[in-house]
Design a protein around this ligand. Structure first.
Ligand code: ATP
Ligand SMILES: O=C(O)[C@@H](O)C(=O)CO
Length: 426
């Protein structure tokens, strides 16, 4: 299998978001969980998205994992590797967007890397280096209260500079509107000035098409699904994409079994989706203090689900409003609380699968990563889109048999996302 495009995603929901975009734009795509075991039979595809869980780990660990994935992708023919980050640039001053971008670029022989989290379909746009989420600058959006990576600065040139060893530049919208030639000339000038990463503006998909065309001529880029769209369309336009359409029908063949939703995302969107789900499904709100205190809360949740799940889908959520999250974090620390809750939700998820759940929705990137790791799912085929950025996924090579999943990024999906997702899984 020789692949045209490789990607390394810094979390699992982000990986499925990108895989969905690549599929919609004509690339046959598979999502692997880490570097797959050589014994895993992968389908013949144009693009592979390797999901890693490296958004909120120490930068040195993130670099090591990304470097191995990059080598694996290059060995399979990937001429270009996209480092898939969050469209809201989730990171801290310690990384990991800057350090991983620099490491991937160095491994590929250096040069300047285009960086943009723009994803217009979900309202993420970048203008003069500033990231907007819907109508709000990043630092005024709900991302200012993110449990793990609160975002307090919308100026991405500044944010990336704080994470990088080398200087960071900007390619503004005027240059991008002038077309690929103008962007290349500007990149060359910035590269001569010693800059190794540039934040690129993008408001419309046409801006991302221009950026995709330029990025494809370089070995590495860093961005969200918008840049994936640009790269996929550039590959198709250039005629480099092999024949064979990207179909999703095979991925949603019915799997039967029970269905459940597990949420660890504390985003405004997820909190509202949970309120709406409460009108049609039993919802258990976990007590975070009790979750951290010992295994009783987990056992109680499993028993609660066991009493109800044969009658229909159940929802189990650790999610809480920013004030509650802050209180817990001030008592136990940010990372320790996040990690302990992810562990708890992943144990609950595995127990639900043990009891027959085969259709599963998980809300939150870190939460999804912990759950998928505990289930030891090796890879996913990409099914149809439930909402922008969230496809139905079908497991490949799963020990428990075929399952359908949706891994929802915290901020994605309409208010009825949970019922909409389950309605597409049979
Ligand atoms: N009640 C709570 N108090 C503190 N932390 C919590 C609570 N509930 C969940 N968490 C933690 O908050 C973090 C949420 O991150 P996660 O990535 O799962 O969601 P998200 O950031 O909304 O999603 P995405 O990264 O896809 O945008 C996890 O580490 C989770 O364990
Ligand atoms: O890009 C996004 O916003 C999502 O795919 C994501 O990575 C959130 O975790």
């Amino acid at each position: 299998m020789a692949i045209l495009l490789g990607s390394i995603a810094d979390d699992y929901t982000g990986a499925s978001d990108l895989a969905n975009t690549l599929t919609k734009n004509g690339l046959r795509t598979v999502q692997t969980v880490g570097i797959p075991d050589p014994s895993l039979a992968l389908p013949d595809v144009d693009a592979v998205v390797v999901s890693l869980k490296i958004r909120s780990v120490p930068a040195s660990d993130a670099i090591a994992a990304a470097a191995s994935a990059e080598r694996w992708l290059r060995q399979r023919g990937a001429g270009h590797v996209l480092y898939k980050i969050c469209s809201t640039f989730d990171s801290t001053d310690a990384g990991n967007i800057g350090p991983v971008t620099e490491a991937l670029s160095e491994a590929a022989g250096g040069g300047v890397v285009l960086v943009t989290p723009a994803f217009p379909e979900t309202g993420r746009t970048v203008y003069l280096g500033h990231l907007f989420v819907g109508g709000q600058p990043l630092n005024e959006s709900p991302l200012r209260d993110h449990p793990l990576n609160p975002m307090h600065d919308a100026n991405l040139v500044r944010v990336l500079t704080r994470q990088s060893r080398n200087a960071v530049g900007l390619i503004d919208l005027t240059t991008i509107a002038a077309g690929p030639g103008a962007v290349k000339a500007r990149l060359d000038a910035l590269s001569t000035a010693g800059i190794t990463a540039v934040i690129a503006d993008a408001i419309f998909e046409r801006d991302l098409e221009t950026l995709g065309e330029v990025a494809l001529e370089t070995p590495v880029s860093t961005g969200a699904s918008g840049l994936g769209l640009g790269l996929a369309r550039a590959l198709v336009r250039s005629g480099r994409k092999s024949s064979g359409a990207a179909t999703t029908a095979d991925a949603i063949r019915p799997v039967g079994g029970l269905s459940a939703i597990v949420a660890g995302s504390c985003s405004k969107a997820t909190l509202h989706q949970l309120d709406i789900a409460e009108r049609s499904m039993p919802v258990l709100r976990l007590d975070p203090e009790r979750l951290l205190a010992g295994p009783q809360e987990i056992a109680a949740a499993i028993s609660w689900a066991g009493d109800r799940i044969s009658a229909g889908p159940v929802v189990i959520a650790a999610s809480a409003a920013p004030e509650t999250v802050s209180r817990l974090q001030s008592l136990h620390g940010r990372e320790a609380s996040g990690h302990a809750i992810e562990t708890a939700t992943s144990i609950i998820t595995a127990e639900l699968v043990e009891r027959g759940v085969r259709r599963l929705v998980v809300a939150g990137g870190e939460t999804s990563g912990a759950a998928v790791d505990r289930l030891a799912i090796p890879a996913f085929l990409i099914g149809p889109e439930i909402a922008p950025g969230v496809p139905v996924l079908r497991t490949v090579g799963n020990a428990q048999g075929d399952m359908l999943l949706a891994l929802k990024s915290g901020n994605f999906g309409g208010e009825d996302f949970f019922t909409a997702a389950l309605a597409m899984m049979h």
